[in-house]
Design a protein around this ligand. Structure first.
Ligand SMILES: Nc1ncnc2c1ncn2[C@@H]1O[C@H](COP(=O)(O)OP(=O)(O)OP(=O)(O)O)[C@@H](O)[C@H]1O
Ligand SMILES: [Mg+2]
Length: 461
């Protein structure tokens, strides 16, 4: 909660996708993604086609196939990022799944429907958050009263006897509470749910997977509430707990579900990664995988438009946009079963990134990596500046390392930047109040050992 005000500053103005024409979509994407003009164009068209299809009368609409898209391109060039940005800027529910997940042992056909369940799940969370943000002030006030009740149980009991004094004590306590004086005071609280903030680790899972897993687990715990059990916790923790509870209470669950369902069906975006890995099946005999063609057949109805039942009700998938992506090194889109090819008529190839692209990626996007580090180190009171020449040198190094060892696209920039600023990150607290300028010399000095040595760079970068 506390960070919300900071995050809002960076959030773009949310637009309704249905109101955006392709050129607007492209220029929004331009703020974050460098190059890949063709991909941006194609995505914009896919989105616009969905809007157009929605506007058709019922009878005709069913005759018009959904125009989904396949993005073809090497790793780290912006495939996922483009899809994620689209979802973000339009507030559309978005989930990413790996197609290969459905070929794992233990998966059965119906599991592809889990994509839609997860999509709806994320929409529910999103809508709930939006609605409850409107009640933030009221929630804060209620939480404060509850904390005061906790801190002043005995005084409250004798409220009638002491009248005004009690009111005075309460106001004094309120002041102290607001100042944080009681943050570490322990109080006894009846939990009516499990705090969200417990952590789970899932190896190899994407943040989305983890989020979904967390939601499911939290739901489970919520249903089997351990109401009535007393816990000793600090006021700080109690505030978090109460805030969560009051936020939940402050929104109308039915309204949340209605809005989330509408948003999922009309605006939802499912990103299916690694689609190439389920293409061109037949030869994989001997593997324990569910046949890849089988998975394609399972996916087909969901993409064509079907009804999926979830715990929030039935979701119609007809207008959900599916974006598939893959490197297609071995297989080709034409290795997919024809029916599925037909549902993904828009194809686009993403370009390999060159040094010049890296330069712009480091510098230009609103969330550019150099800006991120500048902000991070700024919190320590260190002012960091990157000269253009330094950024250019970094881009050349990234390109060089990509061509000599493995090509991991723009992801290379993250490892390089981390190594470049390792020293500075470690000792930033000692440089408070100083300005550090990153020059090409600084870059060379920090990175030359590693870059010059292929074996070393393979490990470190
Ligand atoms: N064209 C680009 N412009 C700006 N940033 C980019 C670009 N391409 C990649 N990036 C950055 O690199 C990271 C990796 O990109 P992304 O996740 O889109 O890769 P991908 O193409 O989906 O690769 P993979 O096939 O491995 O999934 C992202 O964090 C993104 O910010
Ligand atoms: Mg990706």
């Amino acid at each position: 909660m506390e960070n919300n005000s900071v995050m809002k500053i960076n959030n773009p103005v949310k637009m309704n996708l249905d109101d955006m024409v392709p050129s607007q979509i492209v220029s929004e994407l331009d703020k974050y993604i460098i190059g890949q003009a063709k991909a941006k164009r194609t995505i914009a068209v896919a989105l616009r086609n969905r809007t157009r299809r929605k506007r058709l009368p019922d009878g005709i609409r069913e005759e018009v196939f959904p125009k989904n898209i396949i993005m073809i391109g090497p790793t780290g060039v912006g495939k996922t990022e483009i899809a994620r940005r689209i979802a973000k800027l339009s507030n559309a529910p978005f989930i990413k799944v790996e197609a290969t997940k459905f070929t794992e042992v233990g998966y059965v056909g119906r599991d592809v429907e889990s994509m839609i369940k997860d999509l709806m799940g994320s929409a529910v969370l999103m809508v709930k958050k939006e609605l409850s943000e409107k009640n933030e002030d009221a929630v804060k006030a209620r939480v404060e009263e509850r904390l005061l009740d906790l801190l002043l149980p005995s005084v409250n009991a004798s409220r009638d006897k002491f009248g005004e004094d009690v009111a005075k004590v309460r106001e004094l306590t309120r002041e102290k509470l607001r100042k944080g004086d009681f943050d570490n005071t322990e109080v006894e609280v009846m939990y009516s749910r499990t705090p969200k903030s417990f952590e789970i680790g899932v190896m190899g899972a994407s943040p989305d997977d983890i989020q979904n897993a967390m939601n499911n687990i939290t739901d489970l715990f919520r249903n089997a509430q351990n109401r009535g059990k007393k816990h000793k916790i600090t006021i700080k923790k109690a505030r978090e707990l109460f805030t969560e509870e009051e936020l939940d209470k402050s929104v109308d669950q039915e309204k949340v579900v209605d809005l989330a369902k509408e948003r999922t069906e009309q605006m939802g975006i499912v990103f299916i990664d690694e689609i190439d890995k389920i293409a061109g099946a037949a030869k994989s005999s001997g593997s324990p995988d569910v046949s890849r063609e089988g998975v394609q057949r399972d996916i087909l109805p969901v993409v064509e438009g079907t009804k999926v039942s979830t715990k929030w009700g039935v979701i119609d998938t007809s207008h959900i946009l599916f974006i598939a992506a893959g490197a297609f090194h071995v297989s080709k889109p034409s290795d997919l079963i024809p029916e599925l090819q037909g549902r993904f008529p828009l194809r686009v190839e993403l370009d390999d990134l060159k040094a010049e692209d890296f330069f712009r990626i480091l510098k230009e996007p609103e969330n550019a990596i150099t800006r991120q580090y500048r902000e991070l180190l700024g919190t320590e009171g260190v002012e960091v500046e990157f000269t253009d020449d330094a950024i250019r040198r970094l881009s050349e190094i990234a390109y060089e390392v990509n061509s000599t060892s493995e090509n991991i696209g723009a992801r290379r920039l993250y490892t390089i930047m981390e190594l470049l600023l390792e020293e500075l990150s470690f000792s930033a607290n000692e440089l408070k109040g100083q300005k550090v300028t990153i020059t090409p010399e600084y870059v060379n000095e920090r990175l030359s050992d590693v870059v010059g040595n292929q074996d070393l760079s393979r490990y470190i970068l």
